[in-house]
Design a protein around this ligand. Structure first.
Ligand code: ADP
Ligand code: MG
Length: 468
């Protein structure tokens, strides 16, 4: 009788059907994306807590006739509490990172995509072993996902004695993948990750002898971890305000603003309430529909807020970035800059850039670009990225560069909210504030290069003069 049938789709089912939007579009990408998601979780679980990361990645053929690959990733991070493990790997949109603080992870999706892809291709569970800091036991689970319910399915579970006081997480999955094709991408991904995290060490072992790579730790200096922040008044929407009101509808407006938002003191809050025309002692729960919308509009319009604080960010820093770039690219010289914090729509961000010149850098017709967002290398989709656009716009002759030249540009953008263009996290959407900071950062290192080249030319001249 019904002409059309209606039904709801669970988040797990949605991502099973649309795995390409999370980067799992084919067996090659699936291997790369799996390693990337697991490594990024490992880095978040270590450096955010001041632990020097040691990450091991072992890849093997599980069944070569069917292209089954097993992927194992182990870290020395803070581990996962035993009772959280099933949800963390078995419930799409379950995360400890839905906070105002810089992380590599953002969606609460990566680990679950790995499980979903593995189970959709090989029907095997993920194996998880984890020990939180100072835990007497190691928790072990085999997990799958009930896709229609978006719930974890515990296939098996046990605890092991933690004899050697280990802490960290180890994961093993078997999935359909093309390791020979993914290999180059994975190696490149690790090299680039190491470039901005020279305080981490990586060991990769593949099925063949010549697959092994080891990237050593070259410094024990680490950036300060980010603090957890509050939303900036310019970044809010009506729904967020409603959620905050629900916590305590009786709270007076003045207090509501001071308690819930970044950088709002009593003076600023009073000035703002004057601007909106509301009394400071009115209970916030009294705001009704239209007033709420107006309140939010005014929050966005008001020009008296402080700039968002950048304590929630953890930039790499000029010295560590220079060390990483020197080690990975082996250039003649490196210049770096960490720009001052800036913001877009209430979200703080910092742009860092490195320029590497000469040495082992392959000469090419335009600058080689390495892009990073929250320390995550972006490898695909370079053509759509703002960084490519800006570097191409620059007139390099102004900086005494004649192509072909050995020139690499590294740009790192960190923010509590990276405007990614898609769930696969490969390119950054165009945001004018970010574009202009990227331009400033690249120009700043380019000027340092011009000085360097000029000085070298002078030295050369002198040398010629006295040689004759
Ligand atoms: P996201 O990284 O976006 O939060 P994931 O699905 O990748 O989403 O991970 C979900 C959560 O699982 C993380 O927020 C984190 O709390 C936890 N987690 C995943 N991997 C690890 C790990 N290696 N060590 C510690 N915690 C982890
Ligand atoms: Mg993640």
């Amino acid at each position: 009788n019904d002409i059309v049938k209606f039904e709801a789709l669970s988040p797990a089912e949605f991502f099973r059907r649309n795995r390409e939007i999370a980067g799992f579009s084919n067996p090659t990408r699936a291997v790369y994306q799996t390693i990337r998601e697991l490594v990024e979780n490992s880095l978040d679980a270590t450096e955010t807590f001041k632990i020097l990361p040691s990450i091991k990645i072992y890849i093997d053929y599980a069944d070569q006739s069917r292209n089954w690959v097993s992927i194992y990733v182990e870290d020395n991070g803070i581990g996962i509490p035993g009772d959280e493990i099933p949800n963390v790997f078995g419930r799409v949109f379950y995360s400890s990172k839905y906070r105002i603080k810089q992380h590599r992870g953002i969606f609460g999706l990566g680990a679950k995509m790995v499980v979903l892809y593995a189970q959709s291709t090989t029907n095997t569970p993920i194996l998880v072993r984890s020990a939180p800091l100072k835990s007497d036991v190691i928790y072990e689970y085999q997990l799958m996902i009930d896709i229609t319910k978006n719930e974890p399915v515990i296939v098996s579970q046990r605890t092991l004695e933690n004899k050697y006081a280990w802490h960290g997480t180890a994961i093993k999955v078997v999935l359909e993948g093309d390791w020979p094709k993914a290999k180059r991408r994975v190696e490149e991904y690790l090299r680039r990750t190491a470039m901005v995290a020279p305080y981490a060490e990586f060991v990769l072992r593949g099925p063949d002898e010549d697959d092994a790579i080891k990237i050593p730790r070259i410094t024990t200096k680490m950036p300060d971890p980010p603090e957890e922040g509050l939303p900036h008044p310019k970044s809010v929407d009506v729904e967020l305000i409603k959620q905050l009101i629900q916590r305590d509808p009786s709270m007076p407006l003045l207090e509501f603003l001071v308690e819930n938002f970044d950088g709002v003191g009593e003076t600023i809050a009073k000035t703002f309430l004057d601007f909106v025309g509301l009394p400071p002692d009115m209970p916030v729960g009294k705001l009704v529909n239209d007033e709420l919308v107006n309140f939010v509009t005014k929050m966005r319009e008001f020009n008296g807020w402080r700039r968002p604080r950048a304590d929630w960010l953890s930039p790499i820093g000029e010295d560590i970035l220079a060390e990483g770039v020197k080690f990975i690219l082996r250039p003649e010289v490196v210049f770096t800059v960490t720009r001052k914090p800036s913001s877009y729509m209430g979200n703080p961000f910092i742009v860092e850039a490195a320029l590497a010149w000469g040495g082992s850098i392959e000469p090419s017709d335009k600058p080689i670009i390495y892009r990073f967002a929250n320390k995550v290398p972006l490898i695909y989709d370079e053509g759509n990225d703002v960084v490519r656009k800006i570097v191409d716009e620059i007139d390099w002759t102004q900086y005494k560069v004649k192509f072909p030249a050995s020139l690499a540009i590294v740009v790192h953008i960190c923010s509590t909210k990276i405007p990614y263009a898609s769930a696969g996290k490969e390119a950054i959407a165009e945001v004018p504030e970010i574009e202009s900071e990227v331009r400033n950062a690249v120009r700043e290192v380019a000027r340092k290069l011009r000085l360097y080249i000029t000085r070298k030319e002078k030295e050369q001249e002198l040398l010629m003069k006295y040689a004759i």
